[in-house]
Ligand binder design. Structure first.
Ligand code: NAP
Length: 636
């Protein structure tokens, strides 16, 4: 076996430093690595993890057992070092499955087993890598967008040998992570999992990386895979039109507009990209700086200023703690209170010892990835699906959802229970996880308790040159307004014009109900493939990067089919598309996100319907898009 990054780099670390490092590591992950080093399953069989596995990287072990694990590890690791850190022999598949069950603290069902093994990739074989093809010179693909899914598309098309151009409106890669540079911006999906499966994931400074580190990550992936020559920066797509069996993509650059052509188009524009600013009366009259969180104006110094922060979703939630100690006064306007998931590690740096383990202990990083993925895989969906027999549907949609509500309520109450007025403002009045649940280490509520911070729940009526007037007639005087008011998430592919076969306009076809066959293709739009299309937003867990990898594998297989079968075009048939959409809609209506008490959320369109979110388990969706069913397609 060659040495993939999964195995870790050889080391000559002295015992004393290994002992110190072991204080920082995840003990379950360490024990799994010891099984690889020794081939001896007793390292998991002799240590029982008890209890529900949640986001607890140290596992459910007694302190005495953890100390026993560290003591057992030192001689094994020292011996491995002294043997020159050889690549461990592959483990029997039954043992790997036993290790997965042990790490998950429960039997991993067969569907998830396949997904988890693929994601773990213990062989270092990159199982989602596409087949390399012989492609005619005149076949090409245009990828729209160079965020995570556009970068991924570039990597996979390169590996397949398919000529392509990526068109990106920004000056560099990363999409969201290029644009959102507001103070406090960081990912709230654990980073050692929120990264490509085929790239090393052992380098992160923080468990939840800050924006500059993520932006740098995408730059490095672009460079490592030689994508730069294929990318046109500062180039925005205005329209895409299917004509004469090719896509004609009109782009705008500093020099004017231009039309590019290709056999196929892949959209990689994300769902959370186009800022949404509510039209408050008088907004234009405001005399000071005003900007959206995704377009932070770094020329404006907030120090000593009175700042209004409108919106308290994931962005506002990060901005307030990051600026509260600099501003003279912060007024937070929160329309809806948010549920928060307690996560003490949210702002933590990865300790040195844990980094050492990620970089050197065989498969440590892979198992750590699994421990992060597993609790977010389907557990969130279990808590989101409606149990029709649960009696108290007003407060919760199921028993497990009710338990989440109790846990989250406790988390809020222990922090602000001494301030009944604030408690009443911050306790949500809808079931837990009904909107996107935020990661929290206590920084949000401690910010709201500061003397120079006010939380306003009274609706905004209008904006004046000097402040914001709420419906109680009070004017809140401010110098700067920050709109952390989210994105046009339900307007899929906004503001592009997409015209398919017979002149059909995609947005006219969709109306307010975007749909796609398995979230990727649309009847009447030949050779048009979407990543992160309708019905694929992950509200319950997992990582969009993983979803993109699964979708891109599907798209590669479709392109391979087009090329090897010598087809001009393929598009899904209306019936299977309608059947997929109907099934998805039926499932989504039975989730907490559709609960009537959730008045506003970026999952719901103006009619209160949900068309952008996936109701499927990660493993269900993987099965649905593992292999294209070409009988569901019309080919020409
Ligand atoms: P968001 O979750 O849609 O939140 C928008 C906020 O603005 C909400 O508080 C919303 O109130 C408020 N708002 C919108 N229109 C309003 C109006 N007319 N009047 C008053 N308030 C209004 O947007 P976001 O915070 O930018 O986050 C969007 C998504 O981006 C996140 O959920 C996440 O998926 C992603 N994101 C991720 C990270 C991360 O990974 N750390 C960071 C930022 C964003 P209501 O709640 O009442 O609608």
């Amino acid at each position: 076996m060659t040495r993939s990054f999964h195995v870790g780099q050889p080391f000559d670390t002295p015992d004393i430093d290994i002992t110190t490092a072991l204080e920082d590591v995840s003990i379950p992950t360490l024990l799994l690595s010891l099984v690889h080093i020794t081939g001896d399953p007793s390292y998991i069989r002799d240590f029982t993890q008890a209890g529900l596995f949640l986001n607890e990287v140290q596992g459910f072990m007694s302190e005495a057992d953890k100390a026993r694990a560290r003591a057992a590890a030192l001689p094994v690791i020292a011996d491995y070092r002294d043997r020159g850190c050889p690549v461990p022999d592959p483990l029997p598949s039954e043992l790997v499955e036993e290790m997965l069950d042990w790490a998950a603290c429960e039997p991993v069902d067969p569907d998830n087993m396949a997904l988890m093994l693929e994601e773990l990739d213990l062989e270092g074989a990159d199982p989602r890598r596409p087949t390399a093809l012989q492609v005619a010179d005149d076949f090409s693909v245009i990828v729209i967008g160079c965020g995570e899914s556009g970068v991924l598309a570039g990597v996979r098309l390169t590996q397949a040998g398919i000529p392509f151009t990526i068109v990106e409106k920004n000056a560099g890669p990363g999409g969201t992570w290029w644009e959102n540079s507001y103070p406090g911006a960081r990912v709230d999906v654990a980073n050692h999992f929120y990264c490509f499966s085929f790239e090393p994931s052992n380098h992160w400074d923080h468990f939840f990386a800050e924006q500059p580190e993520l932006r740098q990550y995408f730059r490095e992936v672009v460079d490592r895979h030689g994508l730069e020559p294929h990318i046109r920066w500062n180039t925005e797509v205005l329209s895409a039109t299917w004509q004469d069996e090719r896509w004609h993509v009109t782009v705008r650059t500093a020099g004017g507009t231009q039309t590019l052509t290709a056999n196929a188009v892949i959209t990689a524009v994300g769902q959370l990209n186009r800022p949404q600013i509510p039209e408050f009366p008088g907004a234009q009259t405001f005399a000071g700086p005003a900007f959206h969180s995704a377009k932070w104006d770094h020329s404006v110094d907030v120090t000593g200023q009175r700042v209004a922060l409108i919106g308290a979703g994931a962005s506002g939630f990060q901005i307030a703690p990051a600026i509260a100690d600099k501003v003279a006064h912060l007024t937070v306007f929160q329309r809806t209170a948010q549920w928060m998931f307690p996560n003490p590690m949210y702002h933590d740096r990865v300790p040195e010892g844990a980094r050492w383990a990620m970089q050197h202990l065989p498969f440590y990083g892979r198992w750590y990835r699994f421990l992060l993925l597993w609790p977010g895989a389907d557990k969130g969906l279990d808590a989101a699906r409606v149990d029709p027999d649960y009696p108290d549907q007003g407060n919760a949609v199921s028993e497990i959802n009710a338990l989440a509500r109790i846990m989250f309520t406790d988390w809020i109450t222990t922090q602000v229970g001494d301030d009944p007025e604030l408690l009443a403002k911050v306790l949500p009045d809808y079931p837990a996880t009904g909107k996107r649940t935020l990661q929290d280490n206590g920084s949000w509520l401690s910010t709201l308790k500061r003397d120079n911070v006010d939380l306003i729940r009274t609706p905004i009526e209008r904006i004046t040159p000097t402040g914001i007037v709420t419906s109680d007639g009070v004017e809140h005087k401010v110098d700067i307004i920050v709109y952390a008011t989210g994105f046009r998430a339900t307007d899929v592919l906004f503001p592009m014009t997409v015209t398919g076969r017979d002149g059909t306009d995609l947005h006219a076809r969709w109306g307010s109900r975007p749909f796609a066959y398995r979230g990727i293709t649309v009847p009447g739009f030949p050779n048009f493939f979407m990543t992160y299309g309708p019905g694929t937003h992950l509200a319950h867990g997992g990582s969009l990067i993983m979803n993109s990898e699964l979708q891109m594998r599907y798209i590669n297989k479709c392109l391979e089919h087009l090329i090897t079968a010598g087809l001009r075009s393929m598009e899904p048939l209306p019936e299977p598309t309608a059947a997929w959409h109907a099934r998805s809609q039926e499932a989504i209506r039975k989730t907490v996100w559709a609960h009537p008490s959730v008045k506003h959320s970026y999952f719901k369109n103006a009619d209160g319907e949900i068309h952008t979110v996936s109701p499927w388990r990660l493993s269900e969706y993987r099965s649905a898009i593992d292999e294209p069913l070409f009988s569901d397609y019309q080919e020409a």
